[in-house]
Design a binder for this molecule. Structure first.
Ligand code: SAM
Length: 287
């Protein structure tokens, strides 16, 4: 039984084997892996995941998909390697799901074609977890993927939040034509590789596996200070950064100017132009 797709739930189902294979391959999956999928829909990706990994836990908001015959048309829902929760990913007790499926102990990857309307919230949710994913591969709106990677040389709160914990990269672009119904936007496969220990700790910026190392930072930046600074810095993104900091942190202009000078930052620079490293140095100077 086919369901009528709900635009409000971002229901654009993938209909292209090649794209599904690219997502799977970006996940660097092995038979020992555990995967969390958000929004399995009719199960096109779920069935591919089940061929590769030990266990798939999926969270799907649309309970209509639970009805026999329509849910996950592509998979056997009584598959013992699959557990589906028909709940809203933003409302579920996430740590409980991880614990119940031993993902908290064994580790897990997140591989999903997510509902685009909550991309930022999903990413935030994943990084908020005590047990963070080992790897995240998401199909997202092309522009959002580019914004997260700051490809146009413009950082944002979202890009900095991701880069604080991980290394994001675009694996490939995906045409809107491979979805049903065809959405108004193109997509990209975004791979997010969390750093070891989930955060940038003094000089320990390796990937969670033996892959690429990130540039080392000399000092540990307090996470709360860093995010407080970024939030205040972007409070009026069109204004120069120094004004946002002066108003938001009640600091006097001359001490801020001195700090900017020390860090060789132009006093008229805007928040979007600072790199993650510069934000970290700024946090270390201010707090
Ligand atoms: N994975 C399928 C595919 O690739 O064809 C479907 C992807 S579709 C873009 C997004 C899926 O997320 C839909 O099945 C939708 O019902 C589900 N969804 C929407 N909002 C959700 C939420 N808040 N929590 C969990 N699932 C949600």
């Amino acid at each position: 039984m086919k369901i009528i797709k709900k635009k409000s739930l971002g229901q654009n189902f993938l209909r292209d084997e090649g794209v599904l294979d690219k997502i799977i391959s970006a996940g660097e999956l092995s038979s020992k892996d555990n995967v969390l999928e958000i929004g399995p829909g009719e199960g096109a990706l779920t069935s591919k995941l089940l061929e590769k990994v030990d266990k798939v836990v999926a969270v799907e908001k649309d309970s209509r998909l639970e009805d026999a015959g329509s849910v996950l048309q592509n998979v056997q829902t009584d598959n013992k390697n699959l557990k589906i929760y028909f709940e809203d990913i933003l409302d579920v007790n996430f740590p409980k799901i991880l614990k119940k499926n031993s993902f908290d102990k064994k580790g897990y990857k997140v591989i999903a074609n997510i509902p685009y309307y909550i991309t930022g919230k999903i990413i935030r949710l994943l990084f908020e977890q005590e047990t963070k994913p080992e790897l995240i591969v998401l199909l997202v709106q092309k522009e959002v993927a580019e914004r997260i990677c700051a490809l146009k040389g413009r950082e944002s709160i979202l890009s900095l939040s991701v880069k604080y914990f991980a290394q994001p990269e675009i694996v490939d672009y995906v045409s809107r034509e491979v979805f049903e119904p065809v959405p108004k936007v193109d997509s990209a496969i975004l791979k997010i590789i969390p750093f070891k220990n989930g955060t940038r700790k003094a000089g320990l910026l390796e990937r969670s596996d033996s892959g690429v190392k990130s540039p080392a930072f000399s000092e540990l930046t307090n996470e709360q200070d860093f995010f407080k600074l970024v939030k205040v810095g972007f409070s009026s993104p069109r204004k120069v950064l120094i004004n946002n900091l002066k108003n938001g942190l009640q600091l006097d202009r001359s001490s801020l100017e001195q700090i900017f000078k020390k860090l060789q930052l132009n006093p008229t620079i805007r928040a979007e132009k600072l790199t993650l490293h510069q934000w970290q140095s700024l946090a270390e100077e201010i707090f």
